[in-house]
Design a protein around this ligand. Structure first.
Ligand code: C2E
Ligand code: MG
Ligand code: MG
Ligand code: MG
Length: 292
């Protein structure tokens, strides 16, 4: 009953997922209510910065659900259900609206870095998605170049044609494209040859391991060189330590995002965080703390 009401496509659940799908079904029902309450779905924002100067180069929107009983839920806890339901469209609209509204706050504070929004793989098979993006930009009177869409290419081969068409239409709107989690799963070298991107984000796993593993370091170096040759930005994800920062600078990586510089933080704190980073002296960067 409730599943059908929510437009959940029964049959997309794999067997073996049953225990968690019951929970995800309950969450979906509650998510409809969450849309009505205006502060349950919220964003945390995390700057990407120049590795040497710590000046902001961008800022990523990371969704959170402040659940009335379960507390703050991370995307991993509810996105799988959202992505399998018809709630994906209103959900994406909400995320785009919150992200573009936050970007307007930084503009007002004189910080013009683009805002990055994560795109669900399923949106890339939705022919109406590019129009949703341009409508959001129009609602917020924001130039397309100010928006970066982060994608991971985890789509079935059978859907490649439609994905290529959606990506081409997105490009035509003037938004920037970023390849997230680069080096893992489907976000690999073959994606770079098929998709024209403006940015590559090196997956956190390589940054994690690069100090101890020569192989991980080689992957980071390879991605940095690839980015330079393609003329695209390179961002290292999940930087947590000063040692990683030094190693990334040594490898020529231009920018990074991670707890070392700034934790993801609520929209009402991000302007201050960005301003502080923009002002910080290169050798005197104190990591900013938040409750993430
Ligand atoms: P992602 O896009 O690769 O985002 C980076 C994740 O790493 C975020 O987790 C972020 O909070 C976390 N992170 C950042 N710096 C560090 C660090 O220094 N150390 C560690 N250990 N982690 C760090 P989060 O917010 O839980 O998001 C997880 C994933 O959920 C994201 O991975 C993204 O794929 C997805 N996601 C987040 N927001 C949205 C959204 O609005 N829409 C969609 N479709 N997916 C989203
Ligand atoms: Mg991302
Ligand atoms: Mg990532
Ligand atoms: Mg990730």
């Amino acid at each position: 009953g409730r599943a059908k009401e929510l437009g959940l496509t029964v049959g997309t659940y794999d067997s073996g997922q049953d225990a968690s799908s019951t929970d995800q079904l309950a969450l979906l029902a509650e998510l409809q209510d969450a849309f009505a309450a205006d502060d349950q779905i919220m964003l945390h924002l995390q700057p990407a910065v120049d590795l040497v100067t710590a000046e902001p180069t961008g800022c990523e929107a990371l969704v959170r659900w402040r659940h009335p009983r379960r507390g703050q839920l991370s995307p991993a806890e509810f996105l799988p259900a959202v992505e399998r339901s018809e709630l994906l469209i209103p959900f994406t609209r909400r995320v785009l609206d919150l992200a573009l509204a936050s970007a307007a706050d930084w503009t007002a504070a004189g910080i013009d870095v683009p805002v990055s929004v994560n795109v669900s793989a399923r949106s890339l098979t939705d022919p109406t998605f590019p129009a949703q993006v341009t409508e959001a930009l129009r609602r917020h009177r924001t130039p397309a170049s100010r928006l970066v869409l982060e994608i991971t290419e985890s789509v079935a081969v059978s859907e490649r044609d439609i994905v290529d068409e959606v990506l081409a239409r997105l490009r035509a709107t003037g938004v920037q494209m970023s390849l997230d989690d680069f080096g893992t799963g489907f976000s690999s070298l073959s994606s770079v040859t098929r998709i024209q991107v403006d940015e590559i984000k090196i997956d956190r796993s390589f940054v994690d391991e690069m100090i101890d593993s020569a192989a991980a370091g080689a992957v980071v170096r390879g991605a940095v060189e690839l980015g330079a040759r393609l003329g695209v930005r390179v961002v290292a994800e999940g930087i947590e330590t000063i040692e990683q920062r030094a190693a990334l600078i040594e490898l020529g990586c231009p920018s990074a995002q991670g707890y070392h510089f700034c934790r993801p933080m609520p929209a009402d704190k991000i302007v201050q965080a960005l301003t502080q980073l923009a002002r910080a002296a290169p050798a005197n960067v104190t990591p900013l703390q938040a409750d993430d």
